[in-house]
Write a new protein. Structure first.
Length: 345
């Protein structure tokens, strides 16, 4: 047993330090990034925000809407041929959608069938809750051998050593985050996790040293948190709860006290296991929760709010492009970042 004494930080523990800027308006900030991926050698250009592959978020309707903003979506592991086919009509959709799979035989077989039928899709998201098993690294290697020209996203991990391991196993992009999500209870149920800002800082440094990229997955509660993820060095930021509750995500609308709600739950929750796998296996417990969130109609307003917040962050620190945000970032540690005397926003 050992204890690391160095303080690790979450998004709520810091604020950007403002700096002198020559920018006249938020309008001048360019949020597009262009990347070339290490193993696939493919190039991609767009706004590097990704919808998480969770029920109600990684859905076809969300993918179509985000693609209109040049943003990405990682579809859930359960979409069928009919739903995937409906995406084909959306122009350039293959550049902005990742097909997801786990490491089980059934999940991998489903992915292979989809890619055989729809070979234009360029991104594969290999998603497990715990990316630290030796089996996971071997699986990433197998997928890389089978699909040498696909861009592979793999995770989740939170430390530099496993980020490097996954990159060397064939991942182009490593997904970073254990426990920070709004409907994730892994930290409570298992006592395992890592503060998200520090995880992003350390994993980004490790990945960039090998010519690869990372996704900051989870922990964002506001546009300012998304900007902090980019400021810490994330190449992409993945959002779940911030994109949930919109009509594009589907789901049953619940009416109560003249308000409309939609249920949102974690991918490792009892609800998700019941829906997709017939219930929790007798050797595991739920690591997610179910909540009701207010129905928010169209996703467009939310997306514009997020992008506007990031542009504003860039102007405060003098970054004319999203690419330069991390170079312009100095974080200051704080004990309190928001005055909520009149309630939270």
């Amino acid at each position: 047993m050992r204890i690391e004494e160095e303080i690790k930080l979450d998004y709520s523990d810091v604020l950007f330090r403002p700096k002198r800027s020559t920018l006249k308006s938020r309008r001048e900030v360019n949020l597009k990034r262009k990347y070339k991926f290490k193993h696939s050698k493919l190039s991609w250009e767009g706004i590097p925000i990704i919808a998480s592959n969770m029920d109600g978020v990684g859905e076809v309707g969300i993918a179509k809407k985000l693609a209109s903003f040049n943003m990405m979506a990682a579809l859930t592991k359960q979409h069928d041929n009919k739903e995937i086919n409906s995406l084909q009509k959306t122009k350039l959709i293959h550049n902005f959608v990742a097909l997801s799979c786990g490491t089980s035989k059934d999940s991998y077989t489903r992915l292979n069938k989809l890619l055989k039928k729809y070979p234009k899709f360029k991104f594969i998201c290999i998603d497990v809750a715990n990316g630290y098993s030796e089996n996971f690294s071997h699986f990433v290697s197998e997928v890389r051998k089978k699909y040498p020209t696909k861009t592979i996203i793999a995770g989740n991990v939170v430390t530099a050593d496993m980020t490097q391991e996954l990159v060397l196993s064939g991942a182009d992009i490593v997904k970073v985050g254990i426990g920070p999500g709004s409907v994730c209870t892994t930290r409570i149920q298992t006592g395992v996790g890592y503060p998200q800002l520090s995880a992003v800082l350390e994993c980004a440094d490790a990945a960039h040293g090998l010519g690869a990229h990372i996704i900051a997955d989870g922990g964002c509660t506001s546009p300012g948190d998304v900007a902090k993820g980019f400021g810490a060095g994330a190449d992409f930021v993945m959002l779940g709860g911030m994109l949930a509750g919109h009509k594009e995500g589907g789901g049953k609308i619940i009416k109560e006290d003249e308000e409309s709600y939609i249920e949102f739950y974690g991918s490792s929750s009892e609800e998700a296991n019941e829906k997709h796998y017939g219930g929790l296996a007798n050797y595991r417990s739920s690591e997610g929760k179910k909540v009701r969130i207010k129905y928010r109609s169209s996703l467009e307003k939310t997306v514009k709010d997020i992008l506007g917040g990031i542009r504003s962050s860039c102007t405060y620190v003098g970054a004319p492009t999203l690419k330069q945000l991390s170079k312009c970032t100095t974080f200051v540690r704080v004990n309190n970042q928001y005055n909520d005397i009149f309630g939270k926003v």
